[in-house]
Design a protein around this ligand. Structure first.
Ligand SMILES: [Zn+2]
Length: 599
C-alpha cells in the first residue's frame, strides 16, 4: 500500500494549507501572517484555530488538534495517511500511483487494455500495411506531427486484428469486451465468439484529463455508415463528462482563459495544426452541463464554433439555452462560420482567418435575436414579441435597453418607439399569457429539482450544513423520486449522527441512481467562499420562487374569472404578506452577513 516518496513530496510542495483549510473552515480569515477561524474539530464561538502558511501547519488552542496539510485532511475527512495523500492528489490534479492502489484492479486492467490497443492501432497506421489509413489522413491534410500528437491509428478490415494482438500481449479478452473493443456472438452450445468492433477505420483515441486512453472513435474512409463509430459507455468512459482534446488543450485554455468548442475530432486537430490550441470537442453528442462546468473551472469564456450547417446551428441554439440554465460565471459566445466546418475552413483559409471569426463571436442574446430575424424576414407583431421575450429574460435594465437599441438599429425603428413597445409588452405579458395551473406545477418542479441539486452540491461538500437543511428544506414538496429519497435519507442521517463526513456519507446510499447524483456532487471540485451564505441563497431563492408562483397563479385566476374571486383574493393577500416577510428577512440576513464580514 505504498505511495512513492517523490509523489508524496510533490503533493506536499503544491498543497498550500491556507488553500486547503478554508474548504472546511469557511470562517478562516487572514490576521497578520496567520489565518484564524472557528475550529472544525470542536465546538466553539470564538476562533482559536490558527493556520500558518509559513510553517504549513494548523493548530487549535482550544482542543490542541494540530498538524500539517496531510494530517488536517486525514483528521477532517477521517482518512488514512495514504488516502489523505490521494485526496490532495485529486485536489491538485496529481496522479497518485502505487502497486496496491485503492483503484479497482479491474479498472487498472481496462486502462492497460486501452493503452495497449491505442499503441497497436497507432503502430499499425505507420506500418506498411496501414498505408490505406495513412493515405486517407494525409489526403485530408493531417500532418505527421498531428498524427503523432493525437496518436491516430488504423484498424484494418479484419474480424480479429485487435483480438489477436491483445491476446498476444497477455490482455484478458473479457477486458477488451468490457472496454467496447470486441463484440460478442453466441455460438453453438456455450461457445461465445468475440470479434473486432472497429474494422477498416481510422482511429482517434479519446483520452481523459490525465492522458489515459478511455475510448476510441473510428471513422470510415469512404461513404460507409456509420461515419463515426465510437466506443460505448464503459466503466472508464462516460461521454458526457469527457471533452476530446482536453488533455492537450488544457494548458492553452488555462493560459488564454478561453475555450473554443468545435463539433468533431478533425476540427480539434485542424485547429491545433494551425496554431489554435485552446480547442476541444464534445463526443458525438450535444454539449452537456458537466462539460460546460468542467471548462468553467479553467477559463472565463467559452466560444462555440460549430459547423455552418443547420445541425451546427441547432446545436449552438441548444448550447446557449443550456448555458442559461446552468449556474456558472463562465461567459458564452457563438462564432458563426460562413461555410463548412472548422476543419475545412482552417485548412482552406488558415489560422488567422479562423481567429478573426472566433474574435467576432456574438453574445448569446445577439445570437438569439439574429436567429429570430434570420428566420423571419417579414417583421410583424408576433416576431416583435418573440424578440421581446428574449430580451425580457435579461436581468438588468441597462443591458435590456442596450439590446433594445441594437434591435432598433437592426430593424430601423426608432429606439423610443421600440422601448415604449417593450414596456407595454412587459406590462401586458402576465395578462396575455394565462398560465394554467398544471403548467405552473411543472415549471415549479423543474426549478425545485434544480435547486435541490444545487443544495446537494453544497451539502456533500460541506456536510456540516446537512442538519440545518433537514429542517429548512422539508417545506418544499419534491416530485422527483431520486432527489426526494436522497433528501429523506439526509434527514435521517442528520437525525441520528453527530459528525457527518463526506467519506461516511457514501455508506448510507446504496441505490445506484442515488449514488450517481451524489458522486456527481462529491467528485465535482466544488467550493464556495461562504457556504452558509450560499446555503441561505438557495433557500431564499427557492422560497421566493414558490411565493411568486402562488401570487401569479391567484392573479391569473382572478383575471380569468375562474374560481371564487373572494377566496382567491384572500389567498393572494396571504401570499403577498409572505413575500413581505421574506423581503424583511432577506434584508436582515444580508446585513447580518455584512456585519460578520466587517468584524
Ligand atoms: Zn479545536
Amino acid at each position: 500500500m505504498s505511495i512513492s516518496k517523490t509523489v508524496i513530496e510533490e503533493i506536499r510542495q503544491v498543497s498550500r494549507i491556507e488553500e486547503v483549510v478554508p474548504r472546511f473552515v469557511p470562517s478562516l480569515k487572514k490576521r497578520g501572517q496567520n489565518y484564524t477561524g472557528l475550529c472544525p474539530f470542536h465546538k466553539e464561538k470564538t476562533p482559536s484555530f490558527v493556520v500558518s502558511p509559513d510553517k504549513q501547519i494548523f493548530h487549535c488552542f482550544g482542543c490542541h488538534a494540530g498538524g500539517n496539510v496531510f494530517s488536517f485532511i486525514s483528521k477532517i475527512e477521517n482518512l488514512s495517511f495514504a488516502d489523505s495523500v490521494r485526496y490532495l492528489g485529486r485536489m491538485y490534479s496529481i496522479e497518485v500511483r502505487d502497486e496496491n492502489d485503492s483503484l479497482d484492479d479491474r479498472l487498472k486492467d481496462y486502462y492497460k487494455c486501452m493503452e495497449i490497443s491505442s499503441d497497436i492501432f497507432h503502430r499499425y497506421l505507420l506500418s506498411y500495411n496501414g498505408k490505406k489509413g495513412l493515405d486517407y489522413l494525409q489526403m485530408r491534410g493531417i500532418s505527421e506531427k498531428s498524427i503523432n500528437l493525437f496518436k491516430l491509428g488504423y484498424s484494418p478490415d479484419s474480424w480479429d486484428f485487435i483480438k489477436t494482438n491483445l491476446d498476444k500481449n497477455g490482455i484478458d479478452l473479457s477486458c477488451a469486451f468490457d472496454c467496447g473493443l470486441l463484440s460478442r456472438k453466441e455460438g453453438a452450445g456455450d461457445a461465445v465468439h468475440m470479434y473486432d468492433k472497429f474494422r477498416d477505420r481510422v482511429i482517434f483515441p479519446i483520452l481523459d484529463r490525465f492522458g489515459r486512453v478511455i475510448a476510441f472513435g473510428g471513422r470510415v474512409m469512404d461513404n460507409g455508415e456509420p461515419k463515426y463509430l465510437n466506443s460505448p459507455e464503459t466503466k472508464i468512459y462516460q461521454k458526457r463528462k469527457v471533452l476530446y482534446g482536453l488533455n492537450e488543450a488544457h494548458k492553452y485554455i488555462t493560459e488564454k482563459k478561453q475555450a473554443i468548442i468545435v463539433e468533431g475530432y478533425l476540427d480539434v486537430i485542424g485547429c491545433f495544426q494551425h496554431g489554435i490550441r485552446n480547442v476541444v470537442a464534445p463526443l458525438g453528442t450535444a454539449l452537456t452541463d458537466q462539460q460546460i462546468l468542467m471548462l468553467s473551472r479553467i477559463c472565463s469564456e467559452i466560444v462555440l464554433l460549430f459547423d455552418s450547417d443547420n445541425a451546427g446551428f441547432k446545436a449552438a441554439v441548444s448550447a446557449v439555452e443550456l448555458h442559461k440554465q446552468i449556474n456558472t460565471d463562465v461567459k458564452l459566445r457563438v462564432a458563426l462560420l460562413p461555410e463548412g466546418d472548422p476543419f475545412d475552413y482552417v485548412s482552406k483559409y488558415g489560422g488567422s482567418a479562423l481567429i478573426e471569426i472566433i474574435n467576432n463571436a456574438e453574445e448569446p442574446v445577439i445570437f438569439q435575436l439574429n436567429n429570430v430575424l434570420k428566420n423571419n424576414p417579414v417583421i410583424d407583431t408576433s416576431i416583435i414579441k418573440s424578440l421581446f421575450r428574449i430580451i425580457d429574460t435579461i436581468e438588468y435594465g441597462t443591458e435590456r435597453s442596450a439590446y433594445i437599441k441594437y434591435l432598433s438599429e437592426k430593424l430601423k425603428i426608432s429606439n423610443d418607439i421600440l422601448a415604449d413597445d417593450f414596456s407595454k409588452y412587459k406590462n401586458n405579458a402576465p395578462v396575455k399569457e394565462l398560465v394554467p395551473e398544471r403548467n405552473i406545477i411543472i415549471k415549479n418542479d423543474e426549478y425545485i429539482i434544480k435547486s435541490f441539486r444545487e443544495l446537494f452540491n453544497l451539502l456533500f461538500n460541506y456536510p456540516e450544513l446537512i442538519s440545518s437543511a433537514a429542517l429548512d428544506f422539508s417545506e418544499f414538496s419534491l416530485n422527483d423520486p431520486v432527489i426526494k429519497s436522497i433528501f429523506d435519507r439526509l434527514c435521517e442521517i442528520a437525525a441520528f449522527s453527530d459528525e457527518i463526513t463526506i467519506s461516511k456519507l457514501f455508506d448510507y446510499f446504496t441505490d445506484s441512481k442515488e449514488r450517481e447524483v451524489i458522486s456527481s456532487c462529491v467528485l465535482f471540485d466544488y467550493s464556495v467562499d461562504e457556504p452558509r451564505k450560499a446555503y441561505s441563497e438557495i433557500y431564499l431563492n427557492l422560497k421566493s420562487f414558490n411565493i411568486d408562483n402562488k401570487i401569479n397563479y391567484y392573479n391569473n385566476l382572478i383575471k380569468s374569472g375562474d374560481g371564487e374571486i373572494s377566496s382567491s383574493l384572500l389567498e393572494l393577500e396571504q401570499w403577498r404578506k409572505e413575500k413581505e416577510k421574506l423581503r424583511d428577512f432577506v434584508y436582515n440576513i444580508y446585513s447580518f452577513h455584512n456585519n460578520i464580514l466587517q468584524h
